[in-house]
Ligand binder design. Structure first.
Ligand SMILES: Cc1ncc(COP(=O)(O)O)c(C=O)c1O
Length: 448
């Protein structure tokens, strides 16, 4: 349908038939790809019109509240206090996580960052080894490399997926590159088949950060199990929150034993006598990174309902996004048919201002005025932060790229809608109406 058809449709539509047809939702279906809608019934709230979203704020607070604990978590902690078997909780959680992720070896750690540091220790690469990772990433993936004299080598993210840009990695490959370290941002799986194929061809090691991606998989294989090692975080904001906590997954016994021995002094004694770390009984390698048993108890409860929770969040996202992505210039990060994504923190949508005809700032202001809880959050790009530019902190200074167009694109063009952890058709439909209303006023927004 082009602009001419749309104008005809609207001018042939009386106010009554328009409202019967679903008001703004109907208007949304008739928004032309280019040009102006001839007539809109309601002014934007930002221009003094009525607000679209009337859903009570306190109910929305409850729907979006995170983390969510209830009687199961309380009971688990109480039982632990009563039975005094605190440390039994750790192998119990490991066994369950191992089964869930189908990992040959797992180890619970104090948090995601300690699982990452242990993974770097397990890698055992020579000083100066380059480990490629996104700059659109959490600091511990890059900074913990300092302790092992590795060189964080920042690669871009793909603006369509917000994940590791393999083509950029190919361009930045040097004779010192030893490992690729993709991160599945916001629960979006990186293209691990391409990444592992390339690594194989070049003799590189692949490790993964799946801190955002609990329950996500690709070709039926959980994220964090594609690389030789992978980690999860169970920090309070994550999809499976235990307030603090982490997990490492290892494809070989050697990696597992080294990673475990780094921060778990009691483990070497448990390993067979032929283990290269068996001799380090009673010391490990100097760190103590045990997960708190209370956290493990909470994590076990959260794991039981993880898939159910993800399905509910996903159904809510689909109800909204399936309509929103019909709007010109609004899209979701690309997910392949053989990938199952998770949803961490927010429902990210991407605005192409050239196609939409207005800026992200204008959109956010207009939606917020309509009562939509939309926000933006700029991911700190690691390569721009002070610590990477100061040689005194590094045995081998990181490689600082001059530009990262993928990071820029995602940081400048995303919007975040809150994830809804309950049945919420009413607020979702009001949000859809607000977006569609805003799109009918595209020319007005262009001037904002
Ligand atoms: C991508 C990513 N990796 C690793 C971590 C570290 O996890 P933790 O906070 O449990 O140390 C985080 C934490 O936010 C993260 O976002």
């Amino acid at each position: 349908m082009d602009a001419k058809d749309t104008n005809k449709t609207l001018s042939n539509t009386t106010r009554r038939t328009f409202l019967q047809a679903g008001g703004m939702a109907f208007l949304g279906l008739t928004v032309p790809a280019h040009g102006r809608v001839a007539r809109s019934l309601e002014s934007l709230a930002i221009s003094g019109g009525p607000k679209t979203v009337s859903f009570p704020s306190d109910r929305l607070d409850e729907l979006t509240r995170w983390p969510r604990y209830g009687s199961a978590e309380k009971q688990a902690i109480n039982e632990l206090i009563d039975n005094n078997k605190f440390y039994d909780e750790l192998p119990a959680f490991e066994t369950e996580w191992k089964a869930y992720t189908q990992s040959p070896y797992v180890k619970a750690h104090m948090n995601g960052s300690s699982a990452i540091t242990s993974m770097f220790f397990a890698l055992d690469l020579p000083p100066g080894s380059e480990v490629m990772l996104p700059s659109y990433d959490f600091f511990s993936d890059a900074l913990a490399q300092r302790f092992f004299s590795y060189v964080p080598t920042f690669v871009d993210i793909d603006p369509h997926t917000s994940c590791f840009d393999l083509n950029d990695a190919k361009r930045k490959l040097t004779r010192n590159t030893r490992a690729l370290f993709p991160m599945h941002a916001w629960g979006l799986p990186c293209e691990m088949d391409h990444i592992t194929d390339f690594a194989k061809e070049k003799g590189l090691i692949v490790i993964e950060d799946a801190a955002h991606a609990h329950g996500a998989s690709m070709q039926g294989k959980k994220m964090g199990t594609w690389g030789v090692m992978g980690i999860y975080s169970f920090q309070a904001s994550k999809c499976m929150p235990a307030v603090e906590g982490g997990m490492g997954m290892y494809q070989t016994r050697e990696y597992y034993e080294r990673a475990a021995a780094f921060g778990h002094y009691e483990d070497p004694a448990k390993f067979p006598a032929d283990s290269p770390v068996h001799a380090y009984v009673d010391t490990g390698f100097g760190m103590k990174l045990r997960m708190h048993p209370f956290a493990a108890a909470i994590a076990r409860q959260q794991l039981r309902t993880l898939d159910e929770r993800t399905a509910l969040v996903e159904a809510n996202v689909r109800r909204m996004n399936d309509r929103l992505i019909q709007l010109p210039g609004l899209s979701e990060p690309h997910v392949r048919a053989d990938q199952k994504r998770a949803y961490y923190y927010a429902n990210m949508l991407l605005l192409d201002p050239a196609k939409a005809g207005f800026s992200r700032d204008a959109l956010v202001k207009a939606l917020q005025a309509e009562g939509v809880r939309v926000s933006v959050w700029v991911y700190p790009e690691q390569h721009k932060l002070k610590i990477y530019s100061e040689a005194k902190w590094w045995h081998h200074p990181p490689v600082i790229p001059s530009s990262m167009p993928g990071n820029d694109y995602i940081n400048k063009n995303h919007i975040f809608m809150p994830l809804l952890y309950g049945e919420a058709p009413e607020v979702i439909d009001q949000n859809i109406k607000a977006f569609e209303k805003v799109w009918t006023h595209r020319s007005e927004l262009a001037a904002l």
